[in-house]
Design a protein around this ligand. Structure first.
Ligand code: NAD
Length: 417
């Protein structure tokens, strides 16, 4: 049976509806959560290197700010649409509420292809975007961060532009900045590190020794390569990894330090001599204990979910498992660490960055990693409790934790009556 292709915005709405119904909450909770509180669509004009003017469409969505200012990344991608940004903002609301961060969910983006732009053009575009949304963002209103095709340098231009508009340095505007202007230690590795923390905790709860586990990772970028390196450092045997050009498999284990050095010198995984080539499709179905999909959405579908052999799927990517596949994995007894927890290490350390900017007091990487582990463990425990109480998937349980917290905040603020 082919997967039902759903608009991510509608999927996010359905998840909130199920949570409100399961918890028996007042219908007003869903009426508020089913759409963003504010959606801004802005024209972003900028001058190309040849002197001509080009205008892109930009978005900033603030889904819900009951728990605090909205928080979420900025994506530069040709496929950016209002619905995609709304869905991503809703998922940020869930992530922040689940992790107990004092934030609501936001997201932004520009529909553009950065591969067609020079660095100077990207800088001008980034500054113009900030001018277009400067009235609606701010350290106590809405705090952007990097996402697909944006990076610390772009965050630096953006915080500089906002600081010029305000006439004062405002480093707390944005997270994911370079260290020298208020970035946080540990931010770059935070998502992969959080994914390993959460998955190891679930493995322990299931009686699986993480240090003895066999692990496969799809995607070898910021999330996947860090998760692979940290998992290996904790004793797990890394049997397979992949990137967009294909995968590598060695049932006896791949030495991560050696592979990372190979990737650094060859700028690719392909051709690594200590493992056999496999396809991305084959990687997902290998006999492993733990599978980390850390590349793209819709990788585990109704077509391959029956063949997944891992006991735990730890989602590093956003949306790698379709709803149909989720149901199949649940029936098979495969536990899924859902993306809203699995990749929440990034926003959690972003929160730490913002706290450091607001207090002007900076923490060591050791402190950051210790606190990250504490936050991930607490969220995992709360989610697991809901999973046992209601007999639902961990993903649905994550929505239950988040929705209950959001409802409490909206109720005490008088939004529901
Ligand atoms: P990245 O661009 O650094 O790495 C992506 C990796 O996936 C690359 O190795 C690429 O080669 C590989 N890839 C691309 N297409 C593939 C395909 N068809 N099959 C297999 N591999 C493929 O990106 P990232 O920052 O690591 O993000 C990965 C995922 O994690 C995305 O879904 C992103 O939204 C999510 N995420 C990232 C962060 C973060 O802090 N970086 C936070 C939350 C969620």
């Amino acid at each position: 049976m082919a997967d039902t292709s759903l608009n991510p915005y509608i999927r996010a709405q359905q998840s909130f509806k199920e949570a409100v119904d399961t918890l028996g909450l007042e219908p007003a909770v869903f009426d508020i959560l089913k759409q963003p509180l504010r959606t801004f669509e802005v024209a972003v004009p900028f001058i190309r290197d040849d002197g001509t003017l080009q205008v892109f469409t930009g978005y900033r969505v603030q889904h819900n700010d009951a728990l605090g200012p909205t928080k979420g990344g900025l994506r530069f991608h040709p496929d950016v649409t209002a619905d995609e940004v709304k869905a991503l903002a809703m998922w940020m609301t869930v992530k922040c509420a689940l992790l107990g961060l004092p934030y609501g969910g936001g997201k932004g983006g520009i529909a553009c292809d950065v591969d067609q732009l020079s660095d100077r053009e990207i800088e001008r575009l980034s500054r113009e975007y900030i001018r277009a949304v400067s009235l609606v963002i701010g350290p106590d209103k809405d705090i952007p961060a990097p996402d697909v095709s944006t990076n610390p340098q772009i965050m630096a231009w953006m915080v500089d532009e906002y600081s010029r508009i305000r006439g004062e340095n405002t480093f707390g505007l944005i997270t994911g900045k370079p260290l020298v202007i208020g970035g946080s230690a540990g931010r770059v590795a935070a998502t992969g590190r959080g994914l390993v923390f959460a998955t190891r905790q679930l493995a322990t709860a299931l009686g699986l020794d993480f240090a003895q586990s066999r692990v496969a990772v799809q995607g070898f970028g910021n999330v996947g390569s860090v998760a692979a390196e940290i998992a290996a450092s904790l004793g797990a045997k890394m049997v397979a990894v992949s990137d967009k050009d294909g995968g590598l498999y060695n049932p006896d284990g791949i030495d991560m330090a050696d592979l990372l050095e190979y990737k650094r010198t060859h700028r690719a995984l392909a051709g690594y001599p200590q493992a056999d080539p496999i396809s991305n499709h084959e990687l997902l179905e290998l006999p492993v204990d733990i599978l980390f999909p850390a590349a793209l959405e819709n990788q585990i579908t109704a077509d391959n979910a029956h063949n997944i052999q891992a006991r735990i799927v730890g989602e590093g990517a956003n949306g790698p498992t379709t709803p149909e596949a989720d149901a199949i994995l649940f029936e098979k007894g495969v536990m899924v660490v859902p993306d809203v927890l699995g990749n929440a290490g990034g926003v959690t350390v972003s929160y730490f960055e913002w706290v450091q900017n607001q207090t002007r007091f900076y923490w060591s990487e050791q402190e950051i990693n210790g606190r990250l582990e504490e936050y991930m463990a607490r969220a995992m425990a709360e989610m697991h409790k809901m999973h046992e109480r209601y007999g639902v998937t961990l993903r649905k349980a994550a929505y239950l934790v988040a929705t209950e917290r959001l409802a409490q905040a909206m109720r005490v603020r008088g939004w529901l009556t």
